[in-house]
Design a protein around this ligand. Structure first.
Ligand SMILES: C[S@@+](CC[C@H](N)C(=O)[O-])C[C@H]1O[C@@H](n2cnc3c(N)ncnc32)[C@H](O)[C@@H]1O
Length: 466
């Protein structure tokens, strides 16, 4: 590590800035985010200085020595080399560390790329080797650190004395902070509900101070999307990484499971066609038991939990058991597959509505669907779990009046590396599936829009040949 990261405390501090150009202005803007005052060494009094009137004092260059006395640090943003060197020497003579803008050889410290979330500050430095890279890393961190994480830190700061007084044991105190800052209190702050966060803090503190038992944890029912890990929401990502235990379905992709903390438990409860690893009631019991042990529980489901995902039943069971359950939506496979195949589910010219149905039926049975409604024109029908019943679906739709040449797309493992697509007409649905060796998980997309990806491809090929 060639650089040592440290954070200056800025209360009652002052910073000296040499210069009046754009670099001086940028640094003044940055310093003005702290509580420090600014002493600007300039002989020209630039217009921008007025913006910081309440905390900025101007000094002429012959007063620089006075201004530097006791400064936390100095920034030299001067154009000329000789002036910059003289300013650095002046600061060094007073023992003040210096950053000289664009003159790395004169710097005692560099100014990193900064992510400011109130009390939480993250800084990224590359030692001047690649500032652009530092900015990119900061942008990535920005998406990972929730907007209100600084508010969460301030809340912890406010409660710290009360918590210390109420919970003597250090380990228990750590459990308290883990359960609040990674649990329901944190969720309330992130959701902007400060009143609820305060109430939950008080409630949890009372529970922790009154008994040795750990309060019941929360359960997050989280949509993992169709498979591509980049389609996970930021909230899902955060909760997965915070979880103590993750109960997951078969449809959750391995790349997403890799995001679970290494020390967290992963429990497969998934179902695939005809193979129920854990019955639904059993899943409810597992979720309830884990929450009662005080664990942060994530129930991870493919796609969206409320689209043919039995998420509703899990919410009900948890509520009945008195356990807090929240739901994080995921990108349903219908949207993921359509986007991946560049197939618009609605289209001004072809489909004014889209309907999601399940093709599931008891063995050998017929899906219980409103066939005449699904056979109407100018719409798209997306069938989940319809591979096994594709023959019956094709037959029933045609019986209800859907023309046999209606386009159909079948998409298996949509958004994953092994995605397969097949296109054809509703009359040939079974043979289309068979010819491509599609077994599922797959969606059937029925309607005029299903021919658009192929038409687009033909157009591209025609253009290339022309
Ligand atoms: C029990 S449902 C769950 C649906 C899920 N909740 C959702 O929103 O996508 C399972 C069915 O979803 C569809 N499915 C899920 N992921 C898929 C994917 N990546 N590609 C194609 N179909 C998928 C298949 O029809 C599969 O049989």
């Amino acid at each position: 590590m060639r650089q040592f990261p440290a954070f200056f405390l800025m209360d009652d501090a002052h910073v000296v800035i040499f210069g009046d150009g754009i670099n001086a202005e940028r640094k003044a803007r940055l310093v003005a985010k702290t509580n420090a005052s600014i002493r600007l060494i300039t002989d020209t009094a630039p217009d921008w200085a007025a913006e910081y009137r309440d905390r900025l004092e101007m000094f002429s260059s012959d007063q620089a020595e006075n201004a530097l006395f006791g400064a936390r640090f100095a920034i030299v943003a001067l154009d000329g080399d000789a002036e910059a060197e003289a300013a650095v020497a002046l600061a060094h003579a007073q023992g003040v560390p210096v950053n000289a803008v664009d003159r790395k050889h004169l710097c005692d410290f560099t100014v990193p790329s900064i992510l400011d979330r109130g009390d939480i500050v993250a800084a990224v430095a590359t030692g001047g080797a690649a500032p652009v890279l530092a900015k990119d890393i900061r942008a990535k961190l920005e998406t990972l650190l929730p907007e209100r994480i600084g508010d969460l830190a301030s809340l912890a700061q406010r409660w710290r004395p009360a918590v210390k007084a109420a919970i003597e044991d250090e380990t228990r105190r750590r459990h308290f902070w883990e359960s609040t800052l990674r649990g329901a209190v944190a969720e309330a702050v992130h959701a902007g509900d400060d009143a609820r966060a305060e109430a939950l803090m008080a409630e949890t503190l009372e529970q922790f101070s009154q008994s040795d038992q750990t309060p019941v944890g929360a359960v997050h029912i989280v949509g993992a999307g169709p498979g591509d890990p980049e389609l996970l929401t930021l909230k899902a990502f955060r909760l997965i990484q915070q979880a103590d235990i993750v109960f997951y379905d078969k449809l959750v992709s391995p790349e997403i499971l890799d995001m679970v903390r290494r020390d967290a438990e992963r429990v497969p409860v998934g179902k695939s066609k005809g193979e129920h690893l854990v019955p639904q009631d059993g899943i409810h019991e597992l979720l309830i038991a884990a929450a009662r042990e005080g664990k942060r529980v994530v129930r991870l489901k493919g796609g969206d939990p409320f689209i043919f995902g039995r998420g509703g039943e899990e919410v009900d069971a948890l509520r009945e058991a008195g356990i807090e359950a929240d739901v994080v939506p995921g990108i349903t496979s219908a949207l993921g597959c359509a986007a991946s195949a560049r197939l618009p589910l609605t289209h001004r010219d072809h489909a004014q509505s889209v309907t999601f149905v399940t093709g599931h039926a008891q063995k050998g049975g017929v899906p219980d669907l409103d066939w005449p409604a699904l056979a109407r024109p100018h719409q798209t029908v997306v069938v989940f779990m319809g591979v096994g019943t594709a023959g019956i679906i094709s037959e029933k739709l045609r019986e209800a009046g859907l023309p046999g040449d209606t386009p159909v797309a079948v998409i298996e493992n949509g958004t994953r590396e092994n995605e397969k697509r097949a296109f054809g007409q509703i009359a040939d649905l079974s043979s289309v599936i068979e010819a491509r060796g599609i077994k599922g998980p797959a969606l059937l997309i029925i309607g005029a829009v299903a021919s658009l990806p192929r038409e687009a491809q033909t157009l591209i090929i025609e253009k290339a040949l022309a």
